[in-house]
Design a protein around this ligand. Structure first.
Ligand code: ADP
Ligand code: GN1
Ligand code: MG
Length: 362
């Protein structure tokens, strides 16, 4: 891809001075672009969107522009700054939300300055603030017309469907890796009965379908460097109708783990109950009392199933030859799978405490 021929299609300002790969997302390829104006440097985020994973980019970008326009109005109404508090799409010079050439699809956002997306919790208060912000995000979108959102990845958090996909990959075993992952396969099979707990409650209308983010890892939120508040939720590719338990669960999976998602020393992996508690407190505040009794009761299950599902997705990708998640070393997806399963096992050990903490704040 020749970036320098693609960038001029976007309505960006200034003379480009630097382009470098940026961030550590597993899906898109992200660049920071710097451009000089007379007295300032402008920064932009430029992304090659993963078109193997997102099959309809026009629908995807319609979701992003519609959700960010909706949020912009709400932020303006409360006197906030939409340029810092939500993503802003930089359109192409012919007014489109993305640029397509034979090699792929590209988009550009304003860069949110003086803010950080963390790979791990440095201060518990930051995790609390991220929880408030993710809760607020859900509350802000409570009246968004959900039926107008496209499902950018169908069945994204349909855990039983993810299990079927895993079984299929296991049966195919296209890389001959199955014999080396017998303990991981057994771990999943032992928990087969848990997989459908949330989806069947959703089907029976015992849990409300909401507009949710669906990918609430800590590095998908910008924390303001000065105020340390969760200022902007990013990575809106998977904003779709979903369960609040998905958003809560995925944040716990990533942020309340005492180790990195790809840690190889599994003795470092555990659920930090103090971080879990900070998140519960912040998320419930951010949701502003909107969660039902069933949602509250099932928050620990959200954390467990999102962690189990993510581990299962890493394992499925490992069995399928690492075609979905970006990997940076051999067996990376297997390492990731193992941390997730170790975390699930620790949650099961700490189940009573996890439930107790929910009771304390509801
Ligand atoms: P992926 O889907 O691959 O995770 P993201 O959209 O999350 O891609 O972007 C990857 C990283 O780039 C983020 O974790 C964040 O650090 C950075 N980033 C993305 N958008 C912005 C933005 N508008 N301003 C500043 N940083 C951003
Ligand atoms: C991916 O895009 P990113 O890196 O924020 C994935 C999530 C996984 C996560 C695991 C669209 O998130 O579902 O939970 O990796 N996103 C997509 O780290 O599949
Ligand atoms: Mg991301």
């Amino acid at each position: 891809m020749d970036i320098m021929t693609i960038l001029p299609h976007f309505s960006m300002e200034g003379q480009i001075t630097q382009v470098r790969e940026y961030g550590s997302g597993h899906i898109n390829t992200t660049y920071l672009v710097e451009a000089a104006l007379e007295s300032e440097t402008k920064k932009y985020i430029f992304q090659k969107i993963n078109t193997d994973i997102f099959r309809n980019i026009s629908h995807l970008m319609d979701n992003v522009t519609n959700v960010t326009s909706y949020l912009t109005k709400q932020i303006q109404a409360r006197g906030g700054n939409p340029n810092r508090e939500t993503l802003q799409v930089i359109h192409t010079r012919d007014g489109k939300s993305y640029y397509r050439n034979p090699e792929g699809c590209y988009r550009m956002y304003h860069f949110i300055t003086d803010a950080t997306s963390f790979e791990a919790v440095e201060k518990p208060e930051d995790f609390y603030e991220s929880a408030v912000a993710f809760g607020n995000f859900q509350a802000d979108l409570a009246d968004y017309p959900a039926e107008t959102l496209y499902e950018t990845i169908p069945d994204f958090h349909n855990t039983p469907k993810r299990y079927d996909d895993f079984c299929q990959a296991l049966q195919n075993d296209c890389c001959g890796r199955a014999p080396s992952v017998q303990p991981e396969i057994a771990f999943l099979k032992e928990r087969e009965g848990d997989m459908g707990i949330l989806t069947s409650m959703l089907e029976q209308k015992q849990l409300p379908l909401r507009v949710t983010h669906n990918d609430t890892k800590l590095n998908n939120i910008m924390i303001d460097n000065k105020t340390r508040k969760g200022i902007c939720i990013i990575d809106l590719d998977t904003v779709m109708p979903g369960l609040s338990l998905y958003d809560f669960g995925d944040s716990i999976r990533f942020g309340a783990n005492t180790a990195a998602e790809d840690e190889t020393n599994l003795s470092k992996v555990s659920l930090s109950l103090p971080l879990y508690e900070q998140y519960v407190k912040g998320y419930l505040e951010g949701c502003r009392g909107s969660l039902t009794a069933s949602e509250l009761r099932l928050l620990p299950m959200g954390a467990k199933l999102m962690t189990l599902e993510c581990g299962m997705r890493f394992l499925t990708d490992y069995l399928s030859g690492d075609t979905y998640f970006k990997i940076h070393r051999e067996h990376h997806n297997l390492d990731r799978c193992r941390t997730q399963f170790a975390l699930v096992a620790d949650m099961e050990r700490k189940w009573a405490e996890m439930e107790e903490i929910i009771k304390k704040y509801s």
